[in-house]
Design a protein around this ligand. Sequence first.
Ligand code: SAM
Length: 221
Amino acid sequence: MHLMNRSRVGGLGALVMVLGLTQVVALQLGLRTADEWAEILERDRRVSGLKIEEVVARLGLEPGDQVADIGAGTGVFSGPLAQAVAPGGTLYAVEIDQELLDYVNDRAGRENITNITAVLGEFEDPNLPSRELDLIFFHDVLHHIENRQQYLQVTASYLKPGGRIVVVDMIKGHPEAGHRDQPEMQISPEDVKQWMEAADLRLVEEVDDLFENKFFVAYGR
Ligand SMILES: C[S@@+](CC[C@H](N)C(=O)[O-])C[C@H]1O[C@@H](n2cnc3c(N)ncnc32)[C@H](O)[C@@H]1O
């Protein structure tokens, strides 16, 4: 496994010190340290409800595909996505926090997965090393990005012709949606449609039989 841009930022803590907390919060909503994220993201109850196998199956990936897992966290989806594109494919696990990329790398090592490339992204650009992506996947992430329309526009520039962006996220206003005290952290499929259309992307698929509380949409050119 490779690690991109390792020397540029030594973890979110360093970034917070350099930029000041308020500026970081303004660019990424719901800021947490890597250890706090790991504790939340790896809870058995959360992981068992993600339907990881079913979600990956619905993505229709093929060996050789290039895929990005934006906001990979500790990598609960990165390994299954990497396995779905092997042999010959690459999974780029993108994070803004180097310490989370370390979690992803450790997990991949334990699971003997060799086709994950960890990528240190920026708040407004995933910094992917390829512009030939078949699929760019956002699971439980887009609501954390403050400038969503701009981020999607930049991200779309990494797709190959025929490539897709998939967003799976909690439905704004659903009783089970998180961040009820921060309405700006809830997003709807209609919001996503508007941002995608601004990036010249149109809805190509919607999965509505897996979750009641989440939407699962795919956009392409
Ligand atoms: C709720 S977690 C989801 C993690 C993983 N996708 C999952 O479902 O287990 C959101 C993640 O998005 C990351 N994140 C937030 N803003 C980001 C950005 N602009 N670029 C990349 N990652 C970002 C956070 O660091 C965090 O790990």
